[in-house]
Ligand binder design. Sequence first.
Ligand code: AMP
Ligand code: MG
Length: 649
Amino acid sequence: MTMIPQSQDRSAFEQAQFLKILSREEALARFEAALFPRSIPTEPRKLADALGAALAEDVTAPIDVPPFDRSNVDGFAVRSADLVAAGEGKPVRLGLNGETIQCGTAPRLQVTPGTATAIATGGPLPRGADAVVMVEHTQPAGSDTIEVRRAVSPGQFVSYAGSDIARGEALLRAGTIIGSREIGMLAACGIAEVKVARKPLVAVISTGDELVQPGQRLAPAGIYDTNGAIVAAAIDENGGEAVFLGAIPDDEAKLEAAMRGALADADMLVLSGGTSKGAGDLSHRIIGRLGKPGIVAHGVALKPGKPLCLAVCDGKPVVILPGFPTSAMFTFHDMIVPVLRRLAGLPPRSDAKVNATVPVRIASELGRTEFVMVSLVEGKNGLIAYPSGKGSGAITSFAQADGFLRIDALADQMPAGTATEVTLFTPHVRVPDLVIVGSHCTGLDLVSAGLAHAGLTVRSIAVGSLGGLAAAKRGECDVAPIHLFDDKSETYNTPYLVEGLELVPGWRRMQGIVFRKGDRRFEGLDAKEAVAGALTDPACIMVNRNQGAGTRILIDRLLGGARPEGYWNQPRSHNAVAAAVAQHRADWGMTIAPVADAAGLGFIPLAEEHYDFALVTARKGRPAVQAFLDALGSNEVRAALERAGFRPA
Ligand code: AMP
Ligand code: MG
């Protein structure tokens, strides 16, 4: 029997789980101490190939740019003292010297008092001259004389040698990423080759028997390898050169061979998965055999990301990221990127930040620095940051978020209304044109699609009907999709509206019983008969819905107080119910018709649910809201909804 250790025993238990939980600062400090200082390998790079590389050393200008005093206009090189008295009514005549200075022509003749030399833009200023008059401000007076009718100041239209770049000046600093402008500066100085930091070669390995590469067929119980692609891309984004070695099964010998091979060729190794002490979790055991000093931190007080493992094997960093993609990405950005950038000769990353207010209380675990992904929307008084996390296993919470906020390790929550700082994933916030907060439905995507194609950005934040209604009341969204049944009036949605909100009818979704096609216990029966039969068969397992879901109310009514096997399995979405039945974990449940259809399941219709929109009246005039309402009423969208199994209201 497994005992859950109590009080004092608990810490021993946790130490067996993870060597020792360190704060993120301590973990990072240990990792960096084991790696730095070190010299960063460099390589010469031709200018044409230097784009995107990091300069390994400061570049000093070897010459002046321009290399000589240069004319900025087409005109005549003159002595300004000759023209002091020149004016509209008092032209000064200058004799022309017998040469014209083009670009690339070195002057031969001196400009002596009372003379001028014709000069083209970019031509070197001849000896004796100290200014240039534009050709437009002169008039020919015979074949070898000009008239000038305005005074010039010394230095007029002249770029002096070194005025752009002075010889010996620091042109570019080490760590600068070479872009087109830097290439331009280097070329202007005649530099054909620069010393750049050699990109660290970073081997990437995913671990897990369950992993399948994108493009291949998903086996039963298989998961697509997400970390491999995302980690490789993030490495490239931060100055490394990723080499993806695929997913290795949880097999100690195979994994060790792969890790040894990777370390022989690469400068760094990043694994994901297998960091907790489950049966298949081997990587950290193998690390102990790969080189000194080995693991420097295993278990960091971070959320998400506690199982992170940091190691250095004979000078090479080896990292095991947590398996869940979101955890993997956070720990990568927070803990690995600083080290990778140093290895790549890059300065620390500078992320854009904005201030925002959190609309809801966010609970947090005491003792762990917690990162919460947020979607930003425009509120009445500035930006509002909606936590968009769906748990550390969710990849969409990362992809759909605008950035993240941080809750201190010593806080157990962030109260609603807190003003906080959000670190952006992109350089700028782009506040969406239309904000939809509430219950999600695949039908919603059919309405938004046209808006997106018309260039409007639509942000849909799924927080459930009640959450959406609250956001609408606070004026933080344009529309809130809701499907709330009112027991008293036995009607949908309308009883929930308050002043400032109006109801826009959406569509009806048929709810009913799902089962696997061909299951005699359900085929051909109506809902009441089917459930009555299921209740008498102990081998028949149901899947329920979460408390508060509209569907749950229907299920409880049908069951009439019965608690059959499977009742406590209470997933939060229509799709999860269909998946449970399709995968034989349950035999029946309740979902909506389009979801049952998409999963290829049998369906017994029961009752129609009303999926409508609470519209914030004050926002009705916005073009994006009008576009949404137009789309909702359009024939194309109505037809598309019908094709998908919904019944437009
Ligand atoms: P592990 O740390 O290996 O126990 O993995 C924790 C969770 O992350 C499991 O649900 C794994 O299936 C999942 N996971 C691990 N590696 C990957 C990956 N490369 N891509 C997507 N999910 C993964
Ligand atoms: Mg695993």
